[in-house]
Design a protein around this ligand. Structure first.
Ligand code: BV8
Length: 253
């Protein structure tokens, strides 16, 4: 498959001082985690995001929203990283500056060994109080759904960013900085339609970075990207890392 990769891209990767990566649900698809917008299998094909992934939906029907996230949480706990996640962890080991910005809430990048992971939309395995947004590590066993905050009695919610909510400052500032300063920016497995995350690849392009998109489908970014690989990331990434930097750590295939 190495003939797939233009030598100019491989050279650029080997010489890169700084690489930034933006991932979306597509990179976890080969781990068995449903995406949002893939027809039929996508979560939004069955449920309406505005009916589930907003604070208004939670206030309107806290039990239904709580149960929907617990269903996704139970699924995420059973899945494993795929070769695409491991290849990004390997890429991080080969570059002096590496920032992995993810829109995903499944924690699979960390499980695969990635270290500098910026979670723009939170993490489904963390919880917080709906009233004061402070973390809630644990609560007494209860049948109540959602359970109540042990500090103030408010409702407990997943620590993720819903539509209409602002992104956590730290990860967003780090993502912004990386997009502005990187030599190469990868956009992997995202439909590039949700902002402000979807603005990051354009920022990198305007700052002079080489932009690489990996996605079996076209997206609003495809026409502007420097390189486009319309293939599943779990197949393409290990081959790209091997072609650019030599064999990927086989224990992590
Ligand atoms: C904000 C966590 C403002 C939750 C998510 C009206 C009111 C307020 C805001 C807005 C508004 N109208 C628009 C907005 C902005 C809004 C937005 O962008 N809406 C879109 C729909 C137009 N954004 C927001 O609301 C954001 N906040 O703007 O706040 C503000 C500012 C200041 C102060 C206060 C408020 C917050 C957005 C975050 C929402 N949370 N997730 C949860 O998970 O339940 S969004 C969710 O969808 C993801 O996190 C991700 O970000 C987003 C897109 O999903 P993708 O990851 O791209 O997945 P998708 O299924 O779409 O695509 C998968 C891709 O993978 C496909 O292209 C497929 O081809 C590809 N693929 C499939 N298999 C593979 C593959 N690729 C590679 N390999 C494979 N094997």
């Amino acid at each position: 498959m190495s003939q797939l990769f233009p030598s100019a891209l491989l050279e650029t990767l080997r010489k890169a001082r700084s690489i930034a990566v933006l991932t979306g649900a597509g990179i976890s698809a080969e781990s068995g985690v449903p995406t949002f917008r893939d027809a039929q299998t996508g979560l939004w094909a069955k449920f309406k995001p505005e009916e589930l992934a907003t604070a208004e939906a939670f206030l309107r029907n806290p039990k239904m929203v709580w149960e929907w996230y617990r269903y996704r949480f139970d699924m995420v706990r059973t899945v494993q990283p795929n070769p695409g996640h491991y290849a990004l962890a390997e890429m991080e080991r080969r570059v002096s500056e590496f920032t992995l910005v993810t829109q995903n809430i499944d924690g699979l990048h960390q499980k695969a060994g990635s270290r500098n992971v910026q979670e723009l939309h939170g993490n489904i395995q963390r919880y917080k109080c709906f009233e004061d947004n402070q973390a809630v590590e644990s609560w007494a066993p209860t049948e109540e759904m959602p359970p109540k905050c042990p500090r103030c009695g408010g409702m407990i919610r997943p620590d993720i960013v819903w539509f209409g909510e602002s992104l956590p400052d730290g990860p967003y500032v780090a993502a912004h900085m990386a997009s502005e300063t990187c030599d190469v920016f990868f956009s992997i497995g995202t439909s590039a339609v949700v902002f402000p995350a979807a603005a990051l690849p354009g920022m990198a392009l305007r700052a002079g970075a080489v932009v690489v998109e990996i996605n079996p489908e076209r997206t609003p970014l495809t026409a502007q990207a420097t390189y486009v690989f319309q293939m599943p990331s779990g197949q393409l990434l290990p081959e790209l890392v091997k072609a650019a930097w030599g064999a990927v750590d086989s224990s992590k295939q």
